[in-house]
Design a protein around this ligand. Structure first.
Ligand code: SAM
Length: 303
């Protein structure tokens, strides 16, 4: 695999399947060692890893796995608070550690809605994650009404009861002009007090140059979404109307590490304890500079 980023070029209009250019869902799938990706995605993913390595920034592949482990801890935390229904927004291609699998270890009756704009996500997710109390919706989260007014969603979720809203590594795909804060606000306003918001978001706080470089790469290579790192203050604003639970807005490895209980590989031939998703390089570090994400969970305030 080439270590050099592919050359920037003008986008071609006739890319009907969207395979010529990197696609965020498929790039993330590659980082998670999935097979649902194309050459353009793999090249872009490796180019980011090379760039980050040169800049002394943790690899995107480890970050992808780390944030899936974070998802496990956040979902288990919300389950512990009594949440039994989840809206996983920008859920990505199915992998081996999905929200419904995590939730059902504790609550087999849990109800989960996966939402993603990507047609490949929705076809794979519908095929692989079908079942009672799990639905996948193809929708554009820039228009929350597409989700909130969907009869499928309203049939499955009870908006009078707390919902766990999850935005893991998704809101940085939206431009400021698309008002990601307004998107979160609309979901907040639709759910009952006592609902939870869990999110993880790229920040420029720790590695400013790398944040700028990866954004530029998304533009030069015509990714289907930008990747926009934001400041701590801008990420904190997503929690307007929520109270952040301890330990607040922190790096993923600092968020309740004691809840770490990854899904295990049921085949577990040689190592019964093998998590289904393993970090490649290193165990998560408590060092702030070991990440380019900030994360937190908030509980919706009483009215
Ligand atoms: C980096 S991936 C994260 C996937 C998953 N949440 C995870 O952490 O593994 C971002 C996901 O957001 C989805 N996405 C981006 N923009 C979106 C939009 N406007 N509406 C719905 N989904 C979107 C992408 O298709 C992609 O699957």
């Amino acid at each position: 695999m080439s270590a050099l980023p592919p050359e920037p070029s003008e986008p071609e209009a006739r890319d009907l399947l969207g395979v010529r250019y990197p696609n965020t869902a498929r790039v993330w799938n590659y980082h998670l060692r999935g097979k649902d990706n194309f050459e353009a995605d793999r090249q872009a993913a490796e180019a980011v890893n090379v760039l980050f390595r040169e800049m002394g920034v943790p690899s995107a592949s480890d970050t992808a796995v780390e944030t899936r482990h974070l998802l496990q801890r956040m979902v288990d935390y919300m389950l512990g608070q009594g949440v039994r229904q989840f809206l996983d927004l920008g859920s990505g291609l199915p992998n081996m550690a999905n929200t419904h699998q995590i939730a059902r270890r504790t609550a087999p009756e849990a109800r989960i809605v996966y939402v993603d704009i990507d047609p490949m996500v929705s076809s794979h997710a519908s095929a692989l994650m079908a079942g009672s109390n799990v639905i996948t919706l193809q929708a554009d989260l820039r228009e929350p009404e597409q989700v909130l007014s969907s009869p499928q969603v309203r049939d499955l979720l009870d908006f009078g009861q707390p919902v766990g809203i999850i935005f893991i590594c998704m809101l940085h795909c939206l431009w400021d002009r698309e008002d990601p804060w307004g998107v979160v606000r609309q979901f907040r306003d639709a759910v009952a007090p006592g609902s939870y918001l869990g999110l993880s978001h790229m920040t420029d706080e720790t590695h400013e140059q790398a944040a700028q470089a990866v954004f530029q790469m998304t533009q030069d290579l015509h990714w289907n979404t930008p990747l926009i790192s934001r400041s701590r203050a801008d990420i904190a604003r997503y929690f307007d109307g929520f109270t952040l639970v301890e330990p607040g807005l922190v790096t993923p490895s600092q968020w309740r590490p004691e809840l770490h209980k990854p899904l295990r590989d049921p085949r577990g031939d040689d190592d019964d304890d093998a998590p289904v998703l393993k970090l490649i390089v290193a165990e998560p570090s408590q060092d702030d500079r070991s990440t380019w994400n900030l994360c937190g969970v908030g509980v919706k305030d009483q009215l």
